[in-house]
Ligand binder design. Sequence first.
Ligand SMILES: C[S@@+](CC[C@H](N)C(=O)[O-])C[C@H]1O[C@@H](n2cnc3c(N)ncnc32)[C@H](O)[C@@H]1O
Length: 192
Amino acid sequence: MLHPETLAALNLLASRTQGAVLEIGPYIGGSTIAIASATRGRVPFITIEHGGAHNHPTLPTQDTVADLKANLARVGLTDYVRILVGISREPAIKAQVAEALGGRKITLCMIDADGRVGLDIEAYQDLMAEDCVLVFDDYETRDEGNVKQSLVKSWVLEAERAGLVTRLGVLPWSTWFGVRGGHWGRALFRDY
Ligand SMILES: C[S@@+](CC[C@H](N)C(=O)[O-])C[C@H]1O[C@@H](n2cnc3c(N)ncnc32)[C@H](O)[C@@H]1O
């Protein structure tokens, strides 16, 4: 789950993005609705979810993809989201993403999945704009022993040191915002 301020930032970025949006890990649609309510078909928005049941303490689901679809329908956003069901790094899923992009580049990528952000970026970097805006949830460890969260932070710190990504900031509940490459100015201000 994302903090309301983080959802608002995601919504704003989605409303400005010029290429396409890729989301990995929509669950039942919190972040997906924040993005789709801004894009509304103006740019392609593709989300990848591997599905299944999840015993979440406050928002459990027996069928993630069915609940994602139901929630999008409830708010009238079904037509603005292409849902792909599978693991993000599967070649067949990547092929479907490429087809859905129709030659456009990903300019906003939101990852809130299994913590392996480095593998996802590696898988999709050739489909991303040079200055693609990146959003990764679970940046900081909130409780000891949560491997997913420390995986995100350790990859980001390495990538920042190597100049692969540049940090914009970390918003509440530990969602990292940044851009590909070594400078953030172009990505955010290109269209102003
Ligand atoms: C923390 S939840 C996402 C919460 C959601 N972003 C929100 O705003 O409510 C993580 C989701 O990512 C999915 N997931 C994890 N790893 C994945 C992967 N490699 N590919 C696709 N989906 C994945 C899980 O099934 C789960 O639904």
